[in-house]
Design a protein around this ligand. Sequence first.
Ligand SMILES: NC(=O)c1ccc[n+]([C@@H]2O[C@H](COP(=O)([O-])OP(=O)(O)OC[C@H]3O[C@@H](n4cnc5c(N)ncnc54)[C@H](OP(=O)(O)O)[C@@H]3O)[C@@H](O)[C@H]2O)c1
Length: 252
Amino acid sequence: MSSRPLFVVLGLGDGSGTGSAAARVFSQAGYRIALIARSGRDTAQKLADELNNTGGEAAAFPVSAYNYATVHDVFGNIDRHWPNAQLRAALFNAGHGVWKGFLDVTEEDIDAGVDVNIRAAYSFSREVILRQKELPLNDKGKRGTLLFTGATASLRGNVTTSGFAPGKSALRILSQSLAKEFDKQNIHVAHSIIDGQISTARQRNLHGEEWSSNPDNKLLPESIAQSYLYLVDQDRSAWTWELDLRPAHEKW
Ligand SMILES: NC(=O)c1ccc[n+]([C@@H]2O[C@H](COP(=O)([O-])OP(=O)(O)OC[C@H]3O[C@@H](n4cnc5c(N)ncnc54)[C@H](OP(=O)(O)O)[C@@H]3O)[C@@H](O)[C@H]2O)c1
């Protein structure tokens, strides 16, 4: 039985963004990796195969959608796959929103955003904390770390973000509430403001060659993931609740 600590990540996109980069970085750092992604995508299984073929230990856990019940249930699947695993680090990486004028935001848009950014995040946090609070302290003096990926919209609304920013800001305040409540139990909760565009395949296709080849205008998923590992490795005498990451030439 492997004694690697477990890292759970929810939200892998197409495999080129932050969630997948975090899975690779934590796998290299010696974690077992549970990959939660919406079913119908083969990203999670492909990534699990990649990690298993490069010395890691990973498994894919598909869900039909992100909501309270699906996230609750998928943690049961992870427990059955790796009984007694020590869930030392977890990343809630999914985000959903629409970019349009306020009067065009529909009730369906609101429901989808609330399901992903709020209901799924509550459920994920609950499942992680229930497991981490039972763990012994590790060599950093903590039981585990719970990470959230935020965005500029976590802090600031704008003309086309009424269908996105409320969800991201809710996630941020949830994470702060959890940090205040569970720090005392030596569970480290941290939120990252990603204040710029991430170099995912989708963004590179959208912005074209000139944008893609400029090294100063976007965040590399691998670099975000290294920052997440840094947060997890912080000892409890000095840990971060909120990290704020932006590329060197972001116009802020
Ligand atoms: N891309 C950027 O420029 C940027 C900038 C700042 C912050 N962020 C944030 O960074 C995180 C990672 O984004 P990324 O760009 O690296 O990856 P991404 O490809 O944009 O995927 C975002 C994540 O959200 C989930 N998602 C997307 N649309 C969804 C929908 N309609 N319903 C349910 N889930 C949905 C995806 O889950 P599945 O894996 O299951 O498909 C995916 O994991 C997100 O929280 C995002 O808000 C992104």
